[in-house]
Design a protein around this ligand. Structure first.
Ligand code: 0RA
Length: 651
């Protein structure tokens, strides 16, 4: 880098020194700009480039965006917008294209009229992608001509040049991430597809395509998907709820771009007990919610309550209805566009702008009130559901108070089954959630008691997808998890919130058998974390232990293997490739290992491999869990059949 920078400096003017310093800052501290240099950061490069095209689409000039994963793990993004301007930028004295590609945050600066609101979570612009790519080529079709410029690690290789005629307009960016910066270099099709699907719902009538040149079929055709939504958020909630039973025939849609903040909300009621509100600011998923979600909730409660009051239903029933009750069985998508979003919270995905609450609340109050008045039958169904929820909630509160009071009475409040560790700094502490008392016993013997705690879970834990909230407080295994972890569910501003101030472990490791039952139990536990402790997943505290699948032995030599490739390598090494000359043990359960083996293979931080659970897309995860654990059998069967050969579900 230093060499290239000096070389290029010779023929660059003073302004460009700043540019090089900017690009160098990105290369020195990439994580500051794109979050991390692993899987997430790598994919962030695509989002950053696609975001620029989405801006062009939101401005009304682009209706198609193509994304191609090339065979060599480089990426092409192409749109049919106006094309990045190529003329000389008056202040910078060089092509605007070069400025956009090399100056941090230069994205749409010189076009005040462009309504620039998109931008990835970090919103750093395409120049960061350029700085972190060994090669990048930009091609612009504009004003009848084709222009191009190429860069290496962000440094232009020649001035922008015209190379031919064009009859269309658009921007084409092809980049190859620098593998000396990224620890992961392989793009994952499903991750890109999920995000493009989400973007198509959030930006109706925009066509997004994905092509994977690494994955050709028998006829040489690459894997391909097209994402297009005519109805936008209405189709999004319908998609999210397609595994649940609807309570009303159609989603309720609310939309307004009259005010300072464009607001779009689509909501549906189903017969389940869970609340699923997915929210976005400038196409970014706000996992922790924020002012737009508060505004929505306030308006929902106020409007439904006032309708129920007016219709006299509430007076008849003597239950005290709270905000939560209006959201049982609710699936909603909220999308707002905010000029200068402020993100706060534990994971910087909580909208802080206070004026947005009022804007959302106004739109929702007005349009929901209209809906209720025009649809008396549906309105009645919703209010009845709310009343049922209120009654169940009162039962839940009693159950919850019982649990929490009991903890106070027993002093430390720790469950008897927990074998705690001696270390008290949560950052150093690990909690293993282990399937079954017998494996739990082995883990207790094998662990390092200084920093590893063991909580055995007996058999199947409650399926929270099908249970009302109060039932989780009656479930022994779930209660034990709450108390062992030191977290509590309480109400903050009329919202159910998880208090993690006293969280006792920063690694919570799910350890189950490597068979069907084990994977079912793992999914049950993950569903519980997803529905009730999502923030722990978001903080990166939840892990899955990876016990080995095989032990290959010959004489005194032993090799543990975690996959088929390792098994073959071990057979080659110990048995010269002959299966019959080695002893192969296939581990089905943790119980087949003794304490020492379990420690060496699965618990010892020096040898073990842990899989960190992350939520790539909250909407997609909701869809997955409701399908895997919900009532409808058909979609689940279809999913399992489709994914059978992978026999693994990534969440
Ligand atoms: C600045 C100004 C204009 C368009 C763009 C940027 C633009 C950027 C990107 C990035 C990817 N695709 C893009 N398409 C357009 C407007 C220029 C005009 O007035 O014609």
């Amino acid at each position: 880098m230093a060499n290239e920078a000096t070389l290029a400096l010779n023929n660059y003017s003073a302004e460009n020194i700043q540019v090089l310093e900017g690009l160098e800052a990105v290369r020195k501290r990439p994580a500051m700009y794109i979050g991390d240099t692993g899987f997430k950061g790598l994919h962030h490069l695509i989002w950053e480039v696609v975001d620029n095209s989405i801006d062009e689409a939101m401005a009304g000039y682009c209706d198609t965006i193509h994304v191609i994963i090339e065979e060599d793990e480089s990426i092409t993004v192409r749109d049919n917008g106006r094309g990045i301007p190529t003329g000389i930028h008056t202040k910078e004295k060089r092509s605007a294209l070069e400025v956009v590609m090399t100056v941090l945050h230069a994205g749409g600066k010189f076009d005040k009229d462009t309504y620039k609101v998109s931008g990835g979570l970090h919103g750093v612009g395409v120049s960061c992608v350029n700085a972190l790519s060994v090669d990048l080529r930009a091609e612009v079709h504009r004003e009848g001509q084709v222009f191009e410029q190429e860069y290496k690690k962000g440094i232009p290789q020649y001035p922008v040049r015209a190379i031919g005629d064009a009859s269309d307009t658009g921007t084409f960016i092809h980049f190859k991430p620098d593998d000396s910066i990224f620890t992961v270099t392989e793009f994952k099709y499903e991750t890109v597809a999920t995000r493009l699907r989400e973007l198509s719902f959030l930006n109706k009538k925009l066509r997004l395509t994905l092509t994977d040149m690494r994955d050709l079929d028998d006829e040489g055709k690459p894997k391909y998907d097209e994402f297009y939504s005519e109805g936008g958020l209405v189709e999004f909630v319908t998609y999210l709820d397609n595994t649940r039973q609807p309570l009303i025939p159609e989603p309720i849609h609310m939309d307004s771009d009259k005010g300072a903040v464009p607001v779009e909300v689509s909501m549906m009621y189903n017969t389940s007990y869970s609340e699923n509100v997915v929210s976005y600011v400038n196409n970014i998923n706000t996992i922790e919610g924020g002012t737009h979600v508060s505004g929505f909730r306030a308006a929902l409660t106020r409007t439904l309550k006032s309708y129920a009051d007016k219709s006299g239903i509430l007076a008849k029933e003597k239950v005290e209805v709270s905000g939560d009750d209006f959201r049982e069985g609710l699936t909603a998508v909220i999308s707002v566009k905010v000029q200068e979003p402020q993100f706060e919270g534990q994971t910087k995905t909580k909208l802080g702008n206070s004026d947005v609450a009022g804007a959302v609340s106004q739109v929702v109050s007005e349009m929901l009130d209209n809906y209720l008045n025009e649809h008396p039958k549906e309105a009645r169904t919703i209010v009845d559901k709310v009343l049922l929820a209120a009654k169940a909630r009162i039962a839940a509160r009693k159950a919850r108070e019982m649990v929490q009071r009991k903890n106070v009475l027993t002093g430390t409040g720790l469950p008897g089954k927990l074998a705690d560790c001696s270390e008290t700094d949560p950052k150093q502490c690990e909690l293993y959630l282990v399937e079954g008392d017998s494996a739990g016993g082995t883990a207790k013997q094998g662990r390092n008691r200084a920093f590893q705690a063991i909580l055995p879970l007996r058999g199947k834990i409650l399926n929270v997808e099908k249970a009302q909230e109060y039932r989780i407080y009656e479930n022994e295994e779930i209660k034990n998890m709450f108390t062992a972890m030191g977290v509590q569910i309480g109400m903050v501003d009329d919202e159910r919130a998880l208090n993690i101030e006293k969280l006792r472990y920063h690694k919570i490791i799910i350890m189950t058998d490597a068979d069907i039952d084990g994977s079912h139990i793992r999914t049950l536990i993950l569903t519980f974390f997803f529905r009730y402790m999502k923030v722990l997943i978001e903080m990166g505290y939840i892990y899955i232990a990876q016990p080995p699948l095989y032990l290959i032995k010959k004489g005194k030599e032993e090799r543990y293997c975690w996959d088929e490739a390792q098994r073959e390598a071990a057979v080659l090494e110990l048995g010269n490739g002959r299966e019959e000359s080695v002893n192969t043990q296939r581990y089905k359960g943790l119980g087949e290992m003794n304490a020492e083996q379990l420690w060496q293979t699965t618990m010892n931080p020096e040898h073990r491999s842990l899989k960190q659970v992350s939520i790539e897309s909250a909407a997609e995860a909701d869809h997955l869990f409701s399908m895997l654990m919900g009532d409808e059998v058909a979609p689940r069967r279809e999913f399992i059949e489709k994914n059978a050969k992978y026999a693994r579900v990534d969440v």
